[in-house]
Design a protein around this ligand. Structure first.
Ligand code: SF4
Length: 308
């Protein structure tokens, strides 16, 4: 995956190691064999139309672009992002998605992802939202983004207007890793999204050397609630080639999450999950309040997994 940082991220990297570590190619990354499982969630197997993934039956993922404002070195989709040959979605592809949805009324939720959906141009962003929200069976739209962190200027007036015009609820899931990502510009973009009617939640990944300590995550989740973003999920880092050095030991993650659950309000504490490799489902990890084997679990399809 190419190295790319936005001006906004570059200005933060200068003085914040936790941000530099997320975006700069490191010696640890270069030392890894990059030939392993590049698609640990097996998304490619569930592609039902170009750029559309239906893994769960009632909701689909639509990949609008392979591009982001800045590339996170731990990205699960590093096999796709920064692949400039894949470009951005076009109208013909969006129409194909709408056709698929019309033929599959069991799908009620669309999740726009990528890359970062906010990097596509204003016209295309509006076209996607408008076209997909017109499908009668679609009740909920979601957008997964890191733009408020990586380049808040991408949250443009035109895109906010497009969100405002959608009749269904629009949930925007924002990827945060560290409290220093919550800058004035980020807070402004969050306020703008809320004013446009979006419902905001966060997603995070445990990352060694970035947020693998209680104090950092306590501050991050407390601040998110204060600015109107509900902490939703924190994941174990996926075992993607090139990102293995970010993986935190499971017992450390459990200890941190147990302490957070004890001390944060329920609203501020996200669910700690593992996106089962080679399987299906975000499986909640039991915290240290529970006795028993915490290294073995069964995914949504009944497959057994071991994490230690
Ligand atoms: S913003 Fe999301 S899709 Fe883009 S590189 Fe980071 S994790 Fe991957």
């Amino acid at each position: 995956m190419l190295e790319k940082v936005s001006d906004h991220i570059e200005s933060l990297m200068v003085y914040e190691e936790a941000i530099r570590r997320q975006f700069e190619i490191s010696k640890e990354e270069l030392a890894q064999d990059l030939q392993g499982n590049c698609d640990p969630l097996h998304e490619d197997e569930y592609e039902v139309a170009p750029g559309m993934i239906n893994k769960y039956g009632n909701r689909v993922l639509c990949l609008l672009t392979a591009e982001c404002a800045a590339y996170c070195r731990f990205c699960t989709r590093r096999r796709l992002v920064s692949n400039s040959g894949q470009g951005h979605v076009d109208r013909a592809q969006v129409n194909m998605w709408a056709e698929y949805l019309s033929r599959h009324p069991e799908v009620s939720e669309v999740i726009l992802s990528g890359g970062d959906p906010f990097i596509v141009d204003n016209c295309m962003f509006g076209y996607v939202l408008n076209t997909l929200s017109e499908v009668e069976s679609i009740k909920v739209l979601r957008i997964g983004t890191r733009a408020p962190v990586s380049d808040p200027s991408l949250i443009s007036c035109c895109k906010l207007g497009a969100i405002q015009r959608v009749e269904q609820p629009v949930y925007v899931g924002i990827h945060f890793e560290h409290p220093t990502e919550i800058t004035h510009r980020t807070v402004k973009s969050i306020k703008d999204l809320i004013s446009a009617g979006a419902i905001l939640y966060s997603q995070s990944v445990f990352l060694k050397g970035v947020n693998d300590d209680y104090e950092t995550l306590y501050e991050l989740f407390s601040r998110l609630v204060e600015i109107g973003v509900r902490p939703y999920y924190i994941y174990r880092c996926d075992p993607v080639p090139g990102a293995m050095h970010f993986i935190v030991e499971p017992y450390i993650e459990r200890q941190i999450m147990t302490r957070l659950r004890r001390n944060l309000s329920g609203l501020a504490c996200p669910t700690y999950v593992i996106d089962s490799p080679d399987g299906i489902g975000k499986v909640p990890v039991p915290l240290d309040f529970w006795d028993g084997d915490k290294a073995t679990y069964t995914d949504f399809e009944g497959k057994r997994h071991y994490i230690e």
